[in-house]
Design a protein around this ligand. Structure first.
Ligand code: IMP
Ligand code: MG
Length: 179
């Protein structure tokens, strides 16, 4: 996979990300105004950087928890199975839950996570996704807030990886394979 040479082209600058995160934080703060029951649920690992920045833009009492899910192809069902690798530490019943995801692609991960968390009776469950690739959707699911809607490109940086690399880039780049 990584033995094929590739380059990373800047796609969304650190400055553009910061501006968008600030705006999302303001919208989320307005939405949950008055709530002292908010918990941000970051989906590991891709959302860790976004969670850290977004939380600093939320001007409310807020807690953080993390969930790790992994999706993998299932040839038999031409769909994906999603496994929970790490569950939340805290209870979410009666809480305002904001799921924070790095990118919505086929939609299977978010659909599964939403179904799981809804079964625990939160007061409200919303989703904030940094990126959305709607043209890749295989199962209909929407985030309440989306940072950037992007075309069908493989992106890395700001938490997102290619074979576990490049999560540390401060910007979002496109992976390109030169001829
Ligand atoms: P979904 O279940 O297909 O929506 O998968 C979403 C997950 O796939 C994301 O949380 C990412 O971890 C991963 N993913 C999808 N597209 C990309 C990409 O362009 N770059 C890096 N990871 C991606
Ligand atoms: Mg992910």
């Amino acid at each position: 996979m990584t033995d094929r040479p590739y380059v990373i082209d800047t796609f969304i600058s650190a400055k553009a990300i910061a501006a968008r995160v600030e705006a999302l934080g303001a919208e989320i703060t307005a939405h949950y105004k008055g709530s002292d029951r908010l918990v941000v649920v970051g989906l590991l690992r891709g959302s860790f950087m976004f969670v850290a920045d977004l939380m600093r833009e939320i001007d409310l009492p807020v807690e953080v928890d993390f969930l790790e899910a992994s999706s993998y192809g299932n040839a038999l069902h031409s769909s994906k199975e999603v496994r929970i690798l790490k569950d939340l530490r805290g209870e979410i019943a009666g809480r305002d839950v904001l799921v924070v995801e790095d990118i919505v692609d086929s939609g299977f991960t978010l659909t599964h996570v939403k179904r799981l968390l809804e079964s625990r009776s939160p007061k409200r469950l919303e989703v904030c996704a940094l990126l959305d690739k709607p043209s890749r959707r295989e199962i209909e699911v929407k985030a309440t807030w989306t940072g950037f809607t992007i075309p069908d490109e493989f992106v890395v940086g700001y938490g997102l990886d290619y074979a576990q690399r490049h999560r540390n880039l401060p910007f979002i780049g496109k992976v390109r394979f030169p001829e």
